[in-house]
Design a protein around this ligand. Structure first.
Ligand code: AMP
Ligand code: MN
Ligand code: MN
Ligand code: MN
Length: 290
């Protein structure tokens, strides 16, 4: 049964929901239309598109859904990069008003930060012996958000690294030779702007930041103090210890729970909506959407 309006959000428990995905408008492999087509084939009922620091895919995806009369509910989303204690923390905004002036301003600033970092990364990579990487990464990114994933793709396709991950491990990951410290906004600002745009603010993939439990707790406390709404506690490939810890953070700090695949392109390890089950005992993020 298709979801027709937001009134049905209370019933999402038995729906296939994926609240984190990417398109070619940032570092995803599929166009917005291809992503929607895949989601419909996978019988996803509710899909959030959450590209890095851009909302460019949303209108395209929406128009495609209407054109095809597809039975899928699109949630307007964004994944905002923030800087916190030397780490890059991602804050997902869900159900945002993409026409919000404050949101548009933040997107503008983040895009500028992306462009500047990309140029600086190109210069550092030149010193590592790789020429013109910025131009090639820019060509991959096209009109979309330029990300480190595009740089990794260039190095991989040229045969400079044996897999994309090695580009991060050797050159562009934190602390490596061609790493450029980004100038992202703060967690507080990202949450504020998401709220100004009428959205809910979710900390993306808390278990992927490589933080000790003590530091992760600090991060969650600060996120909560900044009026963050939820934690993305359901993602593919988590172990039981991680599941338990995330569940306990939600309960202890009265945060809602979100879930998403962080789909970028089809792979063996994860896909849209796969392995996503909301645990009992937490308040799902969609309860905030009336
Ligand atoms: P950026 O937002 O420009 O820093 O690009 C980061 C993106 O690169 C992430 O969203 C991932 O999709 C991808 N990525 C892949 N491997 C890594 C890694 N080891 N560290 C950070 N990002 C990675
Ligand atoms: Mn990405
Ligand atoms: Mn992320
Ligand atoms: Mn993501």
């Amino acid at each position: 049964m298709p979801l027709m309006s937001t009134e049905n959000f209370a019933d999402l428990k038995n729906r296939r929901v994926d609240l984190h995905s990417h398109t070619k408008c940032s570092d995803g492999g599929l166009t917005p239309e291809e992503l929607i087509e895949r989601a419909v084939n996978f019988q996803i009922d509710v899909l959030a598109i959450t590209d890095h620091d851009t909302t460019a895919a949303l209108d395209i995806a929406k128009a495609y859904i209407v054109e095809k009369n597809h039975p899928i509910k699109l949630i307007d989303g964004i994944e905002i990069s923030t800087a916190w204690q030397g780490f890059e923390i991602h804050i997902v905004g869900l159900n945002i008003d993409k026409t919000s002036a404050e949101l548009k301003q933040l997107i503008h600033e983040q895009q500028e930060a992306r462009e500047n970092r990309a140029l600086a990364m190109g210069e550092k990579l030149a010193k590592c012996g790789f020429d013109n990487i910025y131009d090639k990464a820019k060509a991959f990114a096209g009109d979309g958000s330029i990300t480190r994933a595009h740089f990794a793709k260039v190095l991989y396709q040229q045969g400079d690294v044996s897999k994309m991950q090695s580009a991060f491990d050797k050159y562009i990951g934190k602390g490596k030779r061609a790493y450029v410290k980004p100038t992202w906004c703060s967690i507080e600002h990202a949450i504020e702007v998401i709220h100004q745009a009428g959205g809910t603010a979710v900390m993306a993939h808390p278990v992927r930041y490589d933080l000790s439990t003590k530091w992760l707790r600090r991060l969650v406390v600060q996120f909560k103090e900044a009026s963050g709404d939820g934690l993305e506690i359901v993602l593919p490939q988590m172990n039981n210890d991680q599941r338990r810890l995330m569940l306990s953070f939600c309960l202890e700090y009265d945060l809602h729970a979100s879930m998403g695949s962080d789909f970028h392109y089809p792979s063996k390890w994860s896909d849209l909506g796969r392995n996503l089950v909301m645990p009992e005992g937490v308040s799902p993020i969609w309860q905030l959407w009336h």
